[in-house]
Design a protein around this ligand. Structure first.
Ligand SMILES: [Fe+2]
Ligand SMILES: [Fe+2]
Length: 382
């Protein structure tokens, strides 16, 4: 494998071959009944006595924008919409990924060989429960990370902005939890790969690593994933919920890009290399989580038999690379792709996602996602 030429690969992600299924599956959530999960937060809380508002005009502009963009998850969404999960699942059962598994079912010995119509429907329903659950857990990760940024970032404009993001993330956790509780049919515990990533981000003592892990990587991926689900879902409530959340997320990713651009310009090659490795680790963790191993488990299937089919699916590869459509240009803007002889460019090339490097970065395009005055959805994702 090309990956093995980097002696540090196992050190960074715990395995040499990025596609090593056995290693990926060996990471599982062993404490699915825990109610409280404690992570050591190693950072110093920083006061600044420099209160000059607007010293960083781009952050100040974001802060002012955020104050006008608050919405209320209880009253601004049509919660009285009836959501028929069976019907939606049947409609979504026509999607190419499911169709491909159906074709695979014709092969003798296929894990799907004896699947009934009921099981095909359940597979779609469970997939949706799983995805929304992971969104909810990720949103709580964002809530904790942003609260941490308020404490650790040394700039007053960034503290002001981050405080608005804390409120945004509370609202996101709230609406995803409410949607799961009142409209869907069950929660999933946090996926082990996502948990490992969130723990790593919160654990790190350096303030910029919180931004890099959360605003650039996790939220960059979320923005793309929400956009994808927004496009596919037939439920008008979920569509609107996602549209509102995305308008906030675009600001959050922009906050990361605009803050780190300044800071990373002053880092040494060795310091940048640590950031490149962290970005790569985050990318692999997020890629691993999308194998949704818990869903296959719950469907009573042998995960080891199913995953090679999942990994080989062209739809999955397209979907997976699309998820990086925001991350790659944002890393480029921060100088992370090309520092140290293009180390991260090499990793993203091998992950098959480098094609997005010339997409607009979110520091520039976030305004497109904003809601029009009065809360009406505007812009290309309407
Ligand atoms: Fe969020
Ligand atoms: Fe966010």
């Amino acid at each position: 494998m090309a990956f093995e030429q980097y002696a540090g690969n196992a050190h960074i992600i715990g395995r040499n071959d990025v596609n090593d299924l056995t290693a990926i599956l060996s990471v599982t959530n062993t404490d699915v009944d825990e109610v409280i999960h404690t992570v050591k937060d190693n950072a110093d809380a920083i006061f600044t006595w420099d209160y000059e508002k607007g010293e960083r005009p781009a952050l100040n502009k974001l802060y002012e924008k955020a104050k006008h963009s608050q919405w209320n998850g209880e009253t601004d969404l049509p919660w009285d919409t009836e959501v028929d999960v069976e019907k939606l699942a049947t409609e979504m059962g026509g999607n190419p990924q499911i169709q491909r598994f159906r074709e695979a079912a014709n092969t003798p010995g296929s894990p799907f060989e004896h699947f009934t119509e009921r099981q095909w429907t359940d597979l779609v329903i469970e997939g949706q429960n799983w995805r929304l659950s992971q969104f909810m857990h990720g949103e709580q990760g964002a809530l904790l990370c942003t609260a941490k940024i308020v404490e650790t970032v040394p700039w007053i404009d960034a503290k002001y902005y981050a405080s608005t993001q804390v409120m945004d993330e509370a609202r996101h956790v709230e609406v995803f939890a409410k949607y799961l509780d009142t409209k869907l049919t069950g929660h999933y515990p946090i996926n082990a790969h996502l948990k490992m990533l969130l723990d790593d981000i919160i654990n790190d003592s350096r303030w910029d690593m919180t931004y890099l892990g959360m605003q650039i990587m996790v939220e960059g991926l979320a923005l793309a994933a929400f956009g994808f689900m927004h496009m596919l879902t037939g439920d008008p409530l979920l569509k609107q919920l996602l549209r509102y959340v995305m308008s906030d997320e675009a600001r959050h990713v922009a906050f990361g890009v605009l803050s780190l651009k300044e800071y990373y310009a002053g880092l040494s090659d060795a310091e940048l290399r640590e950031r490149q490795e962290f970005a790569f680790e985050a990318a692999v963790r997020m890629r691993d989580r999308f194998l949704q191993q818990e869903v296959w488990d719950r469907m009573g299937l042998d995960v080891k038999q199913v995953l090679p089919l999942v990994m080989a699916s062209p739809q999955r590869q397209m979907f997976q690379s699309m998820l990086f459509s925001k991350i790659v240009p944002n890393c480029k803007k921060l100088g992370l792709l090309d520092a140290n002889g293009g180390w991260l460019r090499g990793r993203f090339t091998e992950l098959g996602v480098i094609g997005f490097e010339d997409n607009p970065d979110t520091g520039e395009e976030y305004a497109m996602f904003q809601l029009a005055e009065g809360g009406a959805a505007a812009g290309p994702t309407r």
